[in-house]
Design a protein around this ligand. Structure first.
Ligand code: KG4
Ligand code: ZN
Length: 328
């Protein structure tokens, strides 16, 4: 039985997993950042200190287990905000030391990939698009634990662009979900926002974000213009994600594609990828496992612990941790 902890950004989450089965998954989303339009790192770490014990207690209660039933503990050690990571890490090390159980540091990006495997088997090799508030990466997963990053964003992450455009349209942070909701009432082709054309399989969202800003500045939108702006922006984002992913799938002749991370909740992205990825099998995590959560960390930790891969208590957090990168 594994306890998974994630405090990489502004969500405090804990989950108990038993042999691949999620017994509980508790996520406390900090809302106080909303009034600042983005995460304030110092406030986030202070809130993690307040939340980590109640969230873990709740995860144990929901799983109907106690701490002494836990055989191992996994915790995100990067990438993320250094102060936030430190809270989860110190907590996990303390539990490991007190209970004399192994602990393993988990790469948050690998954990997002594991959210795809929860409760099902996916055959290798597969291409994974990680698309969240902090990352936009195309990863080739050749086998268990074998990753190669073949494309990433050169500037903003896609979720970050959603959040910034949400702010421009008057929605509170984080606004990706709100943009999707209002976009349902708009026309996708109302405004021709740019799609970055890059060599290879990289992404760029800052030009698109600036185009939306200039559009709004040129003619401040009325209430009725907002759905069209949201829908046209969303379509440009979706195209910017779908086309490099399919180009990589063609190039490598790999017809299994997974999408994970917060933006993987987006229904337009799911629909367009499914429409365009003819002859491919596509996988998305259930919505509750797309955003940051402890269950994906527990799943990833279980995999490493079963292989006897434990971390020493001297492990340090790494805010800019990556997955192995290589040219396609
Ligand atoms: O994976 P996640 O919880 O955190 C990071 O690791 O960054 O992703 C959060 C991001 C935010 O930027 C949020 O606006 C975006 O995912 N997001 C969405 C949707 N739901 C969440 N973006 C577009 N459409 C959605 N439905
Ligand atoms: Zn994440």
């Amino acid at each position: 039985m594994v306890l998974g902890i994630d405090t990489s950004c502004d969500d405090t989450s804990a989950s108990v997993m038993e042999s691949g089965r999620v017994l509980s998954n508790v996520v406390f989303s900090q809302i106080e950042h909303s009034k600042y339009g983005g995460v304030v790192p110092e406030l986030a770490s202070r809130d993690h200190i307040r939340n980590i014990l109640p969230v873990t207690r709740e995860a144990l209660r929901e799983a109907v287990v106690s701490l002494k039933d836990i055989d191992g503990i996994g915790v995100t050690y990067g990438p993320g905000l250094v102060g936030s990571l430190l809270i989860g890490m110190s907590f996990a090390k303390s539990v490991s030391l007190a209970l004399e159980i192994p602990f393993v540091g988990v790469n948050h990006l690998e954990a997002h990939i594991f959210s795809l495997f929860m409760g099902r088997k996916i055959n290798f090799p597969l291409i994974v698009l990680i698309v969240s508030g902090g990352h936009t990466e195309l990863v080739l997963v050749e086998g268990e634990g074998e990753y190669r990053v073949l494309g990433s964003t050169l500037d903003d992450a896609c979720g970050e662009a959603f959040d910034k455009v949400a702010g421009m349209l008057g929605f509170p942070y984080p606004g990706g979900g709100e943009v999707e909701k209002i976009a349902e009432k708009g026309e996708r082709d109302a405004i021709d926002f740019p799609r970055a054309k890059l060599k290879g399989y990289d992404f760029s969202f800052s030009g698109l974000k600036t185009a939306v800003l200039y559009h709004i500045r040129k003619k401040p939108p009325s209430e009725k213009d907002i759905p069209d702006i949201a829908a046209s922006f969303q379509e440009a984002c979706v195209d910017s994600l779908v086309f490099p992913t399919l180009a990589l799938s063609d190039r490598l002749n790999i017809r299994t594609i997974g999408v994970c991370g917060g933006v993987a909740r987006n229904k337009r992205l799911r629909k367009k990828l499914n429409e365009r990825a003819k002859g491919c099998k596509t996988f998305f995590p259930p919505p509750q496992f797309c955003m940051d959560n402890g269950a994906m960390v527990a799943g990833c930790a279980e995999f490493h612990l079963e292989r006897g891969e434990f971390s020493p208590l001297t492990l340090k957090v790494n805010p800019s941790l990556t997955l192995p990168t290589q040219s396609p």
